[in-house]
Design a protein around this ligand. Structure first.
Ligand SMILES: *Cc1c(COP(=O)(O)O)cnc(C)c1O
Length: 495
């Protein structure tokens, strides 16, 4: 399988797309086609483990990796006891037609682990295949969860390093401590004065700076990305949509071939894009429901076809979705533009120069046939946590609650009662203060006391992954202004 740039030109192998992350013209790598998965193959997945299902999906895209290589990488990611549930991505039924796909059983308690436990192994193999002798220097901008997941995935992986930028005042205390206490000799963590979009824009600028790349090259390093712009992040995320479907068939919640809806709490549009790819590969999906918090730029885009960042950035209780510029949307735009890279280029230029673009009526109709957009404000998010706990005794995290709220809204607006899978992206213990506040109307000043309280009140155990976090030594304290991210990276490497 070849990979093209969303902005036209370029043609690389899977391992090259994974190794270099972003195309030279600033575009994102997209597969030359969506390899079909026939329904009989999906039936076969019912009896398979997560790792076996993953092999079936990954081998279709990663053609320059052998099956043995992929399987070994999958074993290292999902088979080595790093997930606290051996099903890896278990499905929890709330009622006959509503299911929670729990993607938070990995080492950092958010769905980013699903991809970032695997990506380092795919990257190391990609370096070998392309005779890349330089150190693979991963640069990441994080709204909170990607950073720790990338650090955990890449720490002490030979031939790589991992440098994370996070918005200084834009992440929760648990998220910050998870990152700043990371061990490993090849990890760097830098806080940036600004919000997530500033950090992400800064990292993108580093990737497209010839000077900066040359400096890195002199130091024997080559840049790569672990953000969801990297195709190596996307492809492991396609797997769990197939896996969830196979589980639904396996427990007779649906018949083989029946359609389902997926509801995805969305920020950078990576997770829901993977669902769209699964649909294009033949997974029977009716609607993809895109759920946003108060930063509802995607809700408006899906309603109108006009993308505009002329709005205030709001800090919410679901910080991993506090994003106004959703990078991965570019991959959907590429499909809506009938794979016309020049047209995508025009839209992206308009976005950069004027802060908006419009895809036109016909393309908007095509998008709206597959996607539904909705959003939840802070009050609605909290109310949904309380409602679901009261009715089902199930504790939602703030991000998942946004999705759950939007599903209710979708059902009442459309009367579509197709079975729905809500993608549960984080453990409630990552955002214990806000969850506690939603359930009992008050929270503790200290997140860790909130965790204890949440445990006492709900009986849900504090996950081992974060138990004792508050007493780990802080190992990373670098800080920079958003204009000085290049110097900050160089400084971090000199240490
Ligand atoms: C990253 C993240 C999201 C958003 O996912 P995207 O792929 O950026 O759309 C949602 N919830 C949680 C908990 C996350 O960490």
């Amino acid at each position: 399988m070849s990979f093209f740039s969303t902005r036209g030109g370029d043609c690389v192998t899977a391992s090259q797309a994974i190794l270099y992350g972003l195309a030279e013209n600033g575009g994102l790598y997209v597969p030359a086609m969506f390899p079909p998965v026939p329904i009989q193959k999906i039936r076969e997945m019912v009896g398979m483990t997560y790792r076996e299902r993953a092999l079936q999906v990954l081998r279709k895209f990663l053609e320059d990796y052998t099956n043995e290589e992929i399987d070994r990488a999958l074993g290292a990611a999902y088979g080595s006891g790093k997930f606290d549930d051996e099903r890896i991505a278990p499905l929890h039924a709330l009622d006959d037609s509503t299911f929670m796909l729990e993607l938070f059983h990995g080492p950092t308690l958010a769905f980013k682990d699903m991809a970032l436990q695997l990506l380092p192994h795919l990257t190391a193999l990609a370096a070998q295949k392309n005779d890349e002798k330089r150190e693979i220097a991963i640069l990441v901008a994080t709204s909170g969860d990607t950073g720790k997941a990338a650090l955990e995935g890449f720490k002490d992986v030979p031939g790589t390093s991992c440098t994370v930028f996070y918005p200084r005042d834009g992440v929760s205390r648990v998220q910050e401590l998870q990152m700043t206490t990371t061990k490993g000799e090849n990890t760097h963590v830098i806080s940036v004065q600004g919000n997530f979009d500033d950090a992400q824009t800064g990292v993108k600028a580093l990737f497209s700076s010839k000077d900066f790349r040359a400096r890195m090259d002199q130091m024997g390093k080559v840049l790569s990305s672990a953000n969801s712009i990297n195709f190596g992040r996307l492809v492991p995320q396609i797997v769990y949509y197939f896996s969830a479907y196979a589980d639904l068939v396996g427990r007779f919640a649906i018949g083989l071939g029946d359609k389902v809806n997926f509801v995805v709490p969305t920020g950078n549009f990576g997770n829901i894009l993977a669902a769209y790819y699964a649909k294009r590969m033949g997974l029977p999906i009716h609607k993809l429901i895109c759920a946003s918090n108060g930063n509802n730029v995607l809700t408006d885009f899906i309603h109108t076809g006009l993308y505009t960042t002329h709005r205030a950035f709001i800090k919410t209780s679901s910080p991993s979705m506090d994003i106004l510029i959703s990078s991965n949307l570019e991959r959907l735009l590429y499909e809506l533009a009938d794979r016309d890279g020049d047209l995508v280029n025009v839209w992206m230029k308009q976005l950069q120069e004027c802060g908006s673009y419009s895809i036109g009526q016909q393309r908007h109709e095509v998008m709206a046939a597959t996607f539904f957009g909705g959003c939840a404000n802070e009050r609605q998010t909290a109310a949904e946590i309380k409602r679901v706990y009261g009715k089902h005794h199930y504790v939602l995290d703030t991000h998942t609650a946004v999705a759950s709220h939007v599903l209710n809204e979708y059902r009442s607006q459309t009367d579509d009662h197709t079975p729905a899978v809500v993608v549960a992206t984080a453990s409630p213990y990552k955002f214990a203060g806000d969850v506690l506040d939603a359930l009992w109307g008050s929270k503790e000043a200290d997140d860790f006391i909130s965790q204890q309280k949440l445990c006492e009140l709900t009986g849900l155990k504090v996950p081992a992954q974060i138990a004792g976090l508050e007493s780990l030594p802080v190992r990373h304290e670098l800080f920079c202004e958003k204009e000085n991210m290049a110097q900050a990276v160089l400084r971090a490497f000199e240490k």
